[in-house]
Design a protein around this ligand. Sequence first.
Ligand code: TPP
Length: 572
Amino acid sequence: MTTVATHLVEALVHAGVRRIYGVVGDSLNSIVDAVHRNKKIEWIHVRHEEAGAFAASAEAQLTGSLAVCAGSCGPGNLHLINGLFDAHKTLAPVLAIAAQIPSSEIGTDFFQETHPERLFQDCSHFCQLVGTEKQMPRLLQIAMQTSISRGGVSVLVLPGDVASSQMTSKELEHRTFHPRPEIQPSASDLQQLACLLNEAQRVTLFGGAGCANAHDEVLQLANRLQAPVAYSFRGKEFLEYDNPNATGMTGLLGTESGHYSLEKADLVFLLGTDFPYTAWYPKKPKLVQLDIRAERLGRRSRLDFGLMGDVKATLGALLPMLRPKKNDKHLKECLEKSRKTQKSLRQHAEDNKNVRPLAPEYVTTVLNEVAEDDAIFTVDTGMSAVWAARYLHMTRGRRLIGSFNHGSMANAMPQAIGAQLAFPKRQVISMSGDGGFTMLMGDLLTLAQYDLPIKIVIFNNGTLGMVKLEMRVAGIEDYGVDFKSVNFAKLAEAVGIRGFRIEDSSNLKDSMTAAFRHGGPAIIDVVTNPNALALPPKIDAKEIAGYGLYVAKQTLHGKLFESIDELKGNLP
Ligand SMILES: Cc1ncc(C[n+]2csc(CCOP(=O)(O)OP(=O)(O)O)c2C)c(N)n1
């Protein structure tokens, strides 16, 4: 007999889905049973549904294909929500199956009753209750097709009794479609763009995730216009490698040269980026923006000209319309700035090579060195994102994902689970904060359960470092941020995972190399400096004043020595 559950599972298999992340529960039983009996799909038994949603988000981001997670009725699917926000804001195609209480009980304030079709509205394009088997297979088709076509989340709310009921019709069942139209601006828009670029003297390109498959076109454009290429965090993995014009990231996590390249231009061309911080857009240059989602034009900054199009296709059509620029003064100045910035970053890491606790900048430099050329990095929200932004270097084969649009903590380890399952042969490295790691720590057991050879590098600074810094910059004495010290290497060993504890630089490289050579999962527990400062590339007078105020307050509380050490270690 074909039930809604067996149909659902078969349709997912046909759509190329290889696994469902979730935690079982009564209302999900028929689906889990259908998975069990279908040999082409696997149930990935995570310990927390949020981890399952993050894993699905990572899988979808890294493969571009539909990934699936599920939660049982009420609290089970409620736990998915944070990971689903991450997927949705990243436009990662994820289908969530939110099981529901028996259909006859809906509306009665029944045990575990919630209304996922309302709760998940804000993190999905499509979110519908399957009230009767007659709505299948159409609702499933719409859910999958919406996620695949638009990127982002769809949610099917499925009562357990409906899932186990017989399907009476398979009419309108068909495969999913993956249209990839090559959208370009109109001829007149392209002409206007070419005029602007031909007239400008100093063009800077600023790219985001929309440049994913357009590396070569962006480089050709940069070459023709003698333009430096700066990028957002999501653009870094696509634009940094093999790019002689790269000048780095802008924003709080970025470097001075990225910011400089934007400020010194007379025209900044924004390519497939939705970089959110208005204050970081330069004030003087003309701003031109190209995005496949035209509703995003001008939503972050003033804008002189906006066009709709796919970056690759548009640049392909634009290039023949551009006169090669001869004057490379702007490019040279920005590259010189970038060279200096890179040198001072390296120098800072080198100068702090032997400090104890370890400097996270130096740790990341070594990590960058020992990681493979096609490693997949997942990065927690917090200071490890800063170190990854500044000290990890992308290659053609590497990938770098985080919770870059949603900014949730605890994303890195579960995202690594999705990455490793999708790419079992590649090295997967989670750069975790101790706060982020402990937030979803239960899923360390998922690594042990499936023997996933993920390497979790924990920046064990005993504090919620990024917030500690934010408080200090705001002139508040930090409070509610510090943790009692934990030995995560011992914790790993206790659950059957290799643990490497690193407390000083003498064994950093050797231990990291040994950990990476180990064939199974490992935690690399690195004790790092809780006071490492990530000074932003342009420092606001107000922020400096805030820091001064913080030092004054620390002094009043008898913590003068800590403040002075910190300043000595971090300020030029
Ligand atoms: C779920 C969630 N809770 C709180 C925050 C606010 N927040 C952002 S970064 C951060 C601190 C992260 O600390 P940790 O993981 O230890 O990394 P560190 O900054 O010390 O490297 C906090 C609390 C958040 N972004 N997400």
